[in-house]
Ligand binder design. Structure first.
Ligand code: NAD
Ligand code: GLY
Length: 369
């Protein structure tokens, strides 16, 4: 659905989850638009959770908009980075909420990328056994993926996103203008999650991404608007069928089993999540190819697109055993058997196991010697 406002056309994508349904609003300039914040739960206070990088850029504008709706707007600014997606950061949110005597109606706002969004969502799920929260994603990755669908978590030193909850936001507000200040490396990381939706669900969208990659890298507002909207539509379609990942939702993890092994093996934060996913998709496509599910031309096409998006396509040489070790603690693993999201055929994904020897062969072939 598309609606017009005084300032810009706002695109809306609905996540249909019965009483937990909500809208994603997508447009430039939403931080300052009154309509973006109307109709949210009423409360005596709001808390904006952000980080030290995003706060100087966008905090004042969100505070200004929320002041119309909430008598008090508190702020919790966290240190920046994946390495701070921890209990310590979570506790800093609880410290502010408790020090300010925030009650169970307090609404949390996650202003930032996926790290802030995931931690804030988990804090909202836990505080007083659950308070409402709103996602205000400011990275491409967060706008096309992490802010949508209710996965919230922090990392454990032994595994990524291992402690968390499914907890849906009240609304997702994607202000596309915020993408203009994103570092180029982060834009590329977000493109990995955009590209992901093609092979798993929509090859027409993959064609479109190939055609408009230059526009996306140049941050053309119309190209970004379409990429965010189409990505959110596909994610909404998947999450609407399987909120808690008992089935089809696992396909959203295409490239993530290998990617999480890269992130954990190198230490969180060395490669960006999107970079690891990009390279992981190359590995997962190559594994699909070895199993006869896609042809070599498909793997080459995907690898080329990922490389042109500015993402690594050669993995760090951690040794196949290290990859296999980290993949065994992946959340999809069952009784120690690793399960991979594979493409079968392009435009559809399947979740299945593969022999360790074949996985090791693929990892070696995709890693720097
Ligand atoms: P991030 O949150 O670390 O943000 C990337 C960097 O960009 C940070 O330094 C951040 O401060 C900065 N930043 C954010 N917005 C900015 C802006 N507009 N201008 C300038 N700088 C800006 O990383 P991310 O890629 O957004 O998210 C990655 C995280 O998301 C990972 O922890 C991953 O596990 C998680 N994730 C979660 C889901 C989910 O479904 N919940 C899905 C995918 C990824
Ligand atoms: N990012 C994967 C999911 O939301 O399920």
């Amino acid at each position: 659905m598309t609606i017009s406002t005084d300032h810009a056309t706002v695109q809306r994508v609905s996540i249909q989850l019965a009483e937990r349904s909500y809208d994603i609003q997508i447009a430039p300039g939403l931080l300052d638009q009154a309509t973006a914040w109307q109709g949210l739960p009423k409360a005596g206070a709001a808390l904006i959770v952000t980080n030290e990088t995003v706060a100087p850029l966008y905090l004042a504008r969100l505070q200004q908009s929320l002041k119309t709706h909430y008598p008090v707007v508190h702020v919790c600014s966290l240190p920046d980075g994946e390495s701070h997606k921890t209990w310590e950061s979570l506790n800093r949110i609880f410290d502010v909420l408790l020090a300010q005597a925030c009650d169970r109606k307090t609404v949390l706002f996650a202003l930032g990328g996926g790290v802030v969004g995931d931690i804030t969502g988990f804090a909202a799920a836990c505080y007083m056994r659950g308070v409402p929260f709103v996602q205000v994603p400011t990275t491409l990755l967060a706008q096309v993926d992490s802010s949508v669908g209710g996965k919230t978590a922090i990392n454990h030193p032994l595994g990524k996103n291992m402690v968390g909850a499914f907890y849906q936001p009240e609304r997702v507000v994607c202000d596309l203008s915020t993408l203009q200040t994103l570092p180029a490396r982060e834009l590329s990381a977000g493109l990995a999650e955009v590209i992901k939706y093609g092979p798993i669900a929509d090859m027409v969208f993959l064609d479109w991404i190939e055609k408009h990659l230059g526009d996306l890298l140049a941050r053309d507002p119309q190209a970004l608007a379409y990429a965010v909207k189409r990505s959110c539509e596909i994610k909404a379609w998947v999450v609407g069928q399987d909120e808690r990942e008992s089935g089809i939702r696992a396909i959203l993890n295409f490239g993530h089993t290998f990617g999480h092994a890269i992130e954990a093996g190198l230490g969180f934060g060395v490669w960006l999540h999107g970079e690891a996913v990009g390279c992981g998709m190359v590995m997962a496509s190559r594994l699909s190819q070895q199993l006869g599910l896609v042809d070599a031309a498909f793997t080459e096409r995907l690898t080329s697109l990922i490389a042109q998006a500015g993402l690594p396509v050669t993995g760090p040489d951690l040794g196949a055993d290290v990859y296999l070790h980290h993949m065994r603690v992946d959340k999809k693993a069952e009784a120690g058997d690793i399960r991979f999201v594979l493409i079968d055929p392009p435009g559809k994904a399947t979740v299945r196991g593969a022999p360790d020897a074949l996985v090791a062969e693929v990892v070696q072939a995709c890693c720097r010697a």
